[in-house]
Design a protein around this ligand. Sequence first.
Ligand code: PBG
Length: 322
Amino acid sequence: MRPFRRLHRMRSSGPLRALCNEASVRPGDLIYPIFVDEGLSRPVEVATMPGVLRHTEQSLLQELEAARASGIASVILFGVSQRKDDCGSDAMRRDGLLARMIGSAKTRFPDLNIIADICICEYTTHGHCGSLTRDRIDNDATIANLGRQAVVAAAAGADVLAPSGMMDGMVSAIRSALDEAGFHEKPILSYSSKFSSSFYGPFREASGITLGKGNREAYQADPSAPRQALLESLIDEAEGADALMVKPGMAYLDILYRLKERTLLPVGAYQVSGEYAMIKFAAQHGALDERAAVLESLLAFKRAGADFILTYFAKDAARYLG
Ligand code: PBG
């Protein structure tokens, strides 16, 4: 038998393969996350995320310079607070860590797209994404505070506000607060389909979060309830979100694909800390070629419909692609 159909023909050279490409990753698709710890006097590597540092407020600026030199245009900043309380009030202060890191980043690099993570878990003693009343999340008190936090971040120079706490009504609360404060032009990128996931493990170390009690199952989406997670995104769209995001990434490509078919908003994927750790540690032990594995994983997000990708590999990937 000689095969009549031979798919090898169109794969036989680089130019032919290039003609068949349906998905590609560009540095402009990437968002680079950076941790800033106000308690450090020099940067410290995160043990569970080799290659990722917790920066000081000064070394943040060098990291931004390096990111920009690699071709990164968008960054998201996470604060590691040493001034935590019950409701995360430091994040609502005009001289708090969130405001300071955004302010200095924007002043020094006005051309970078600075995204502010809007959540209180990095600023609360209990580590939850909402303030607690008798050990339960007080959703409505929290979203009022998220509105304040978003206004502080916008006033400090944030270009995009990215609520990540999966509180009900967070997008409309933030939209109203921003509009009232005159920031009607600042977009909201919602972590709209965010699952309660074991893949966030290393992030907790990186961001200094210790969950005092409980877990996030009562507010983050259940991995076994995909339609609820899609509904979360559709509600955020209706509440005025300008872009949507699915998180984690690699284990939730079905959600990304289904969301892309249901919305006309830009959609992103977050390749989270545990995904970074899996590839990094496997590569360190010789099980994977890091560069190839990173680029292949990013391609998977694009294929599933991601317009943008938030990844700790962003700086490396931008360099590979550049
Ligand atoms: C919390 C937040 C988390 C991450 C980003 N924002 C952790 C969580 O929800 O527990 C995780 C990101 C990662 O793992 O890389 N607002």
